[in-house]
Design a protein around this ligand. Structure first.
Ligand code: PLP
Length: 454
């Protein structure tokens, strides 16, 4: 149990010894941030006595909010029964077995197996290993290159950060040389004078061009999020995925759908690939599979890939101490039970998702909002000074940070990605809670407009 300390004592101790992920260490040591003390339903509370509506579901993971005693009970029971055992050396455990079977039965029909990890990053590392194995075992050793997209986020290990498409991240380490990036389907930023539909086709054809440039026989796989989350909730134009699917079908390249954000109902279908009618060979999952209450990720493997890697080749030299951890798997089973019994995905598709989208789109009327977009329970908006010219509020992408601070001051956790503001609230929000989210987001936009004198 943590000791009782004052908020200032917590912050001082945090600054003294704790390095935070994706944080400017120097700045944080000075500003000290917030200490989150407890959470309930869709709200988080800090040690300064503030209550926030969590518009980001933690980090896109607490889709069922924070009050889910059935998950806690399942974890507690598993603790008593079998708190740990590994899945190496021909061993397994009941929750891992059940969860693998359950995930396969929920997934699109081409999927037959699951490989467990602790995170989305590790799952994408696993994808690289599986894809390589798949081609090697078919005597195609030249198929090594993996294609990804600018502004993609696929994790933070060396391999998954190489798959990701953030230049500032790549500049901080040696990116793997066999990963190549193409344009992201962000019409607002990259579309110029093209209509969204024209741009969607153009962005998809960048994949075809890259395949021609590098040679189909050298390309192992294409990895993509159904909609790019951490890159700014980049919702592709309607024309994008059909064209990408056409290209992928014509070429002998595996497709990895990274569903770490889109999976488990976020877009109104269980998986984002179902929302966009794509046919992946591998699916990356993590986050909402346990409602964020336990670390768990993994790869759903299609029969096409599984049949090859299982048929021959001996031992697959890859795995983690906590692959298929019984407690994490028990948490996932309880999470999936709740999702099923409360028809969460159907509700996102037919009720709360459309309601959020309707209310979020109204923000486009605000003087500093140039564009809104979203699907299901995710949304983003672009901050601008001039809607016609798309001139930004301030140089150096600083408007997002100002708006985020204003959002926090208004009692809403909204995230900034450059000059975009993004949300991914819990799937269990009521209409009144969405109204409250919109009211607080509007308040943050008003204060930001005032700050930049618009
Ligand atoms: C699409 C996507 N893939 C992979 C990851 C990495 O997951 P993790 O942080 O669990 O390693 C994330 C994390 O946000 C993600 O959004």
């Amino acid at each position: 149990m943590s000791k009782v300390r004052t908020t200032e004592e917590w912050k001082a101790l945090d600054a003294k010894s704790h390095l935070h992920p994706f944080t400017d260490f120097n700045e944080h040591a000075k500003t000290r941030g917030r200490i989150i003390e407890r959470a309930e339903h869709i709200y988080i509370y800090d040690t300064d006595g503030n209550k926030f509506l969590d518009g980001m579901s933690g980090l896109w993971c607490c889709s069922l909010g924070y009050s889910q005693p059935k998950i806690a009970d399942a974890v507690q029971r598993q603790f008593q029964q079998l708190p740990y055992y590994n899945n190496f050396f021909q061993c397994s455990n009941a929750p891992a077995v059940e969860l693998a079977d359950r995930l396969v039965s929920m997934a699109p029909e081409q999927f037959s197996h699951v490989f467990f990890t602790n995170s989305g990053s590790e799952a994408n590392d696993t994808n690289i290993r599986l894809v390589r194995r798949y081609w090697d075992l078919q005597n195609k050793p030249n198929k090594r290159i993996i294609l990804s997209r600018n502004n993609a986020y696929h994790g933070s290990t060396i391999a998954s950060a190489s798959l990701g498409g953030f230049e500032f991240v790549h500049n901080q380490f040696e990116k793997l040389h066999y990963i190549e990036h193409i344009v992201d389907p962000n019409w607002y930023k990259n579309g110029g004078d093209l209509s969204p539909e024209e741009f969607g086709i153009q962005a998809a054809r960048a994949l075809e061009k890259k395949i021609d440039e590098l040679g189909e026989d050298n390309i192992a796989a294409f990895i993509a999020e159904p909609l790019q989350g951490a890159g700014g909730v980049i919702v592709p134009p309607d024309s994008y995925w059909p064209e990408v699917s056409r290209i992928l079908k014509a070429r002998n390249i595996l497709f990895i759908s990274d569903e770490v954000i889109c999976g488990f109902g976020r877009t109104g279908q269980l998986f984002g690939c179902q929302t966009y009618a794509t046919e992946p060979d591998l699916i990356t999952f993590a986050k909402a599979v346990t409602n964020g209450f336990q670390p768990l990720g993994g790869v759903l493997v299609s029969e096409k890939v599984a049949s090859v890697v299982m048929a021959s080749g001996g031992e697959f030299g890859h795995g983690f101490t906590y692959s298929g951890h019984p407690i994490a798997c028990a948490a996932a089973l309880a999470t999936l039970d709740i999702m099923e019994s409360e028809n969460i995905t159907d509700r996102v598709r037919s009720d709360i998702g459309p309601y959020l989208q309707k209310r979020w789109a109204e923000l486009a009327e605000h003087p500093i909002v140039g564009h809104t977009r979203g699907v299901g329970m995710v949304g983003s908006l672009e901050l601008v000074r001039n809607k016609e010219t798309r001139e930004r509020l301030a140089p150096g992408q600083m408007s997002g940070g100002v708006c985020r601070s204003n959002s926090i001051a208004s009692g809403l956790v909204m995230r900034a990605v450059g000059d975009s503001m993004i949300i991914a609230p819990p799937l269990i929000c009521s209409h009144a809670e969405i109204d409250l989210l919109i009211e607080r987001a509007t308040n943050a936009l008003d204060k930001t407009a005032e700050h930049f004198k618009v």
